[in-house]
Design a protein around this ligand. Sequence first.
Ligand code: 13P
Ligand code: SF4
Length: 357
Amino acid sequence: GDEELEARILAAKETLGDRLVILGHFYQRDEVVKHADFVGDSFQLANAALTRPDADAIVFCGVHFMAETADILSRPEQNVILPNLAAGCSMADMADADSVEDCWEQLEELFGTEPDDGGRLPVIPVTYMNSSAALKAFCGRNGGIVCTSSNAATVLEWAFERGQRVLFFPDQHLGRNTAKAMGVPLTEMPMWNPHKVLGGNTEQELLDSRVILWHGFCSVHKRFTVNQIEKARAEFPGVRVIVHPECPMPVVDAADEAGSTDYIRKAIAAAAPGTTFAVGTEINMVNRLAAEFPEHTIFCLDPVICPCSTMYRIHPGYLAWVLEGLVAGEVRNRIVVETDVANHARVALERMLAARP
Ligand code: 13P
Ligand code: SF4
């Protein structure tokens, strides 16, 4: 049962002591989050991996790309463990390295590779953290950078200083919402469909572009609608609607605010008691916020339960299993990024960690 699992996890943690660090994403279920040494958004967890160089094992309760990132940023001797190897991210899977390379070749053919008079390259690739290590490495090799939802605007500014335009992948919504807030007109943000020549665009549309958006999306956040926001406003006058920037643009436009999971948490923590929040993000996080801040009324915009089904695959049973493996001297479910890929990906990640607003 649940209590037995909890006792097993606590016993293994006790034995492992400082040799172990457990990282948990905000979207994990309570029974997992309660065991985490750090809970945060993907940017904070990437940093957290760096703060414990003494730990032998980093158990990442999140999804595959997060564990890969922790492996890239941690010392080679440290073992990064993903309790269930089936915990992937459907958005990250929407941009594969071959399709992005193919896109890049077409863009190079169209734009050339020479910088303009201001020294700006034709295109800077920007990948959302929610992508494979291979794509982060692609960005590292081609003058590009990684962003998360908490620093996307800062990173796009970094890219615009160095390039005439940006190729942004995999999440069209984060790219569009961020660039729009920075004043880039929608007409200068064509979408790239990898199944079509030139991504389904004309040469002129690409030449006039500022941000070329990959066609990926998050299946959790695309469920939120303007209709839900209108209903919330009608039912709860004065409600504050706060959504994640992976939501479609009309939803972000209709909301009062948009920001990363950490942004959402801080906004709620800082609000005057008695505030009503309608939140557009994953349900485990929203429910936990509601429990943590009982002085507010907090509910999820989507009335149908909307967990991230892949995050949910980190069941406490898997956590117990990997921890007991460590106690027995056995590293289960280790995530290893190949050295060459890791070296290039690290370049793109370090550019992100160094980029400041
Ligand atoms: P953040 O934690 O960066 O807000 O991202 C949300 C998410 O979708 C993680 O996969
Ligand atoms: Fe991927 Fe969306 Fe789940 Fe985040 S919430 S891990 S983007 S599927």
